[in-house]
Design a protein around this ligand. Sequence first.
Ligand SMILES: Nc1ncnc2c1ncn2[C@@H]1O[C@H](COP(=O)(O)OP(=O)(O)OP(=O)(O)O)[C@@H](O)[C@H]1O
Ligand SMILES: [Mg+2]
Length: 283
Amino acid sequence: MLELREVSVSLGSRRVVEQVSARVERGSLVALVGPNGAGKSTLIRAVAGVLAHDGEILVAGSSRAGLGARARARSVAYVPQRPVLPVSMTVIDYVLLGRAAHHSVLGTTSRLDRLVAAAALERLRLTDLARRRLGELSGGEAQRVVLGRALAQEAPVLVMDEPVTSLDLGHGQLVLELTDELRRDKGLTVLCAIHDLTLAALHAEQLVLLHEGRLVACGKAGDVVTVENLRRFFGAEVEVLAGSHGPVVAPLRLSPAPMPAPPAGNTPRDTPRQDGRVAMAAP
Ligand SMILES: Nc1ncnc2c1ncn2[C@@H]1O[C@H](COP(=O)(O)OP(=O)(O)OP(=O)(O)O)[C@@H](O)[C@H]1O
Ligand SMILES: [Mg+2]
């Protein structure tokens, strides 16, 4: 459904993404992972059509090169990492913007648009916030509203840039379960940059690991989420545990725990021991 053929992106004079090729099958989710600055957002923005690129990006076999903004928006919906929100707009009006790609040039909001927008809010448990202004939302609520706008777009491909980063555990789960449901029911195809490798492993059919703009590993979670890859590309020391639904990343503590300060009132003769407890001197 979505195919990247040797996609490269330059920002200023820097080549930030270098010849990345990948496929996302209809109804599947590919997680784009990698350390800060690896090029994930840049690649996502190229797929969304907001950055120029070399190489080819195909949706349902057709190149996106030369498509106008509205045609692009009908094929790919984009959830940015740092959206700029019009603070005085209401949630429902913002979500309705997602329907603009379906209007004629002078089109007005239809009953269908309102139904689709209301359904998107409902799915994201945002109905109670529909009349709130965007400037009056918490970070995680705003992030879900941006996803709501993308869902209202009803494009067959959804690209999301760290959609669960500011969400609590429950709402993060809600968002990924929701995309699972849309993948199953509507064949939605998803490319998603994500830092939580355990969640990525749980939901994605495939992981693509970027490092310094290049694809350095791709495949099933068990092949990508490994102690060696996390050490080499993230500089992280972790254990990778065998969870019941895939690998679970458990960070390791490298330095010993700091000694707790002695409780007030201890005499100078009370000496901390190596295990962190305080040995009381005999009176
Ligand atoms: N406008 C720009 N001009 C030059 N370099 C840029 C520009 N914007 C971003 N970069 C650089 O491009 C590289 C890739 O950035 P990008 O935002 O794609 O990384 P990322 O993988 O999404 O990182 P993060 O996990 O922190 O979101 C980084 O080194 C970044 O500093
Ligand atoms: Mg990013």
